[in-house]
Design a protein around this ligand. Structure first.
Ligand code: SAM
Length: 283
């Protein structure tokens, strides 16, 4: 299977769970989103694009920054993600679009003119089937000097949210799939400067990378963390399903023991680190 088909299939299957867990993902990554928006610097009245927008977060925060006359276009590979995003926006605003439009499109083929003042992309770039094509295409959607802020996960060792699940799985599942470092994967752009170099090669200018540690703070237990997290990754959900009820319960208790240290007072306080990469389209 090519990366494009594989990714499309993966995210189509993930969309229903992402829809249900929108609030969990929003709360988990709120600090990273705030840092991304602070780096992107959207201004009232501007036109922004949110790529790989998922179920509408952070586009909903972005549109507040460009209000009252600005607009945000959300794009994503998977129409169901955007359908959920539109429903969420409608229920939050009593049916008004609030300056947000949604267009289903791969980042590698954006059906837009070069009219955007800026672009954000949170946790999307790692999954692009053709990253070089995508970052060139996104640049082509910008007005001269248009700004961008991309968020990618940084070092595996400093992101226990992912590695503790992986570690628990390794205790229970033989032969966990291994990812080629350049294949679509959550840590594809974890190495310092890897995504920044891709932007430079695609003629983005003023490329800067900011390593941004933050804390995932949520009033949930380790057991709730497992339940909320497991379906967000199609791979993990599939592996757990294959285990059967007894081994799945064993896996969950291994996970709970591993993450105990991040629940000091019964609530979650887990360190995480992202890279926020900003750049401009040439003048
Ligand atoms: C980890 S989710 C992030 C969603 C959202 N940006 C957020 O931060 O909650 C990754 C998203 O990327 C989308 N995606 C994957 N490959 C894509 C591509 N080539 N072009 C556009 N979207 C893509 C998926 O459909 C999914 O919604």
């Amino acid at each position: 299977m090519t990366h494009a088909i594989e990714q499309r299939d993966r995210w189509i299957r993930a969309a229903p769970r992402w829809g249900k867990q929108r609030e969990f993902v929003r709360a988990l990554t709120a600090a990273a989103s705030d840092a991304m928006l602070a780096a992107a610097k959207p201004e009232p009245g501007e036109l922004w694009l949110d790529i790989a927008a998922g179920v509408g977060d952070p586009a909903m925060s972005l549109v507040d920054r460009v209000a009252p006359n600005g607009r945000v276009m959300m794009t994503d590979l998977v129409p169901d993600m955007l359908r959920t995003a539109r429903d969420n926006i409608a229920s939050a605003t009593g049916g008004r679009s609030r300056g947000l439009v949604a267009v289903a499109a791969a980042a590698e083929a954006l059906p837009v003119k070069p009219v955007f003042d800026g672009v954000t992309c949170r946790f999307g770039a790692m999954f692009f089937a053709e990253p070089t094509v995508a970052v060139g295409e996104i640049r082509g959607a910008m007005t001269p000097g248009g700004r961008s802020a991309f968020v990618v996960w940084a070092d595996r060792e400093r992101n226990p949210y992912f590695t503790e699940i992986e570690g628990a799985l390794r205790d229970v599942v033989d032969d966990l799939p291994v990812h080629d470092p350049d294949d679509p994967h959550v840590f594809r752009y974890a190495p310092r400067d890897k995504f920044a170099a891709l932007l430079r090669a695609a003629d983005w200018v003023d490329v800067n990378e900011l390593e941004t540690p933050f804390t995932m703070e949520l009033g949930i237990s380790a057991s709730e963390l497992w339940d909320q997290t497991v379906g967000l990754s199609v791979e993990v959900a599939g592996l757990v399903e294959d285990l059967g009820a007894e081994r799945a319960a064993e896996l969950k208790s291994i996970f709970e023991r591993r993450v105990e240290q991040y629940f000091p007072d019964g609530a979650m306080r887990m360190p995480a680190v992202v890279r926020i990469v900003t750049a401009r389209a040439p003048d």
